[in-house]
Design a protein around this ligand. Structure first.
Ligand SMILES: [Zn+2]
Length: 153
């Protein structure tokens, strides 16, 4: 399946085995394609400035700290903590049933390196700020959505 075919919408398969969820496909750019596809290798890849070593998320072609255009993606551990979260109890999107957790995850590699995702593999009510989590992926064609699950699972 190509990325353009993917954008037409397909049913996702979650690896957590809980429910089949239809996720909204991302807008993939040259800066973000590695982020969205690296799950095929089981990796979470984050953009990193090759001049000053700053991790950058969301992916961008230039470093916000030193303005270098020498930015590449690098694999990170996939480990982090829940910085903030909300339990969504209303089904806003058909095929994406509530309840689910929308969370801001701070990755261990760098202070304030955060990304938004879902917490899966546990009951929504068991999620808390500071909870240690690790990445897992939900595949939809060539896209691998980085999700997070409790680190102790
Ligand atoms: Zn930099």
């Amino acid at each position: 399946m190509t990325l353009s075919e993917h954008r037409d919408g397909e049913v996702s398969e979650d690896r957590d085995g809980e429910v089949e969820i239809e996720r909204i496909p991302p807008v993939v750019t040259p800066s973000s394609i590695d982020f969205w596809t690296a799950g095929a290798a089981g990796e979470l890849r984050i953009a990193r400035c090759q001049r000053c070593a700053l991790f950058i998320h969301p992916p961008a072609p230039y470093c916000p700290a030193c303005r270098s255009g020498d930015v590449n993606t690098e694999p990170v551990s996939g480990e982090g903590t829940v910085y903030s979260f909300a339990i969504e109890r209303y089904t806003w999107i058909a095929g994406f049933p509530a309840p689910y957790v929308v969370a801001e995850i701070e990755l261990v590699e760098q202070e304030s390196l955060r990304l938004h995702s879902n917490i899966v593999g546990c009951r929504p009510e068991s999620v808390f700020i500071g909870m240690e989590v690790k990445v897992c992926f939900a595949r939809d064609g060539e896209i691998y959505f980085p999700l997070f699950q409790p680190a102790n699972t």
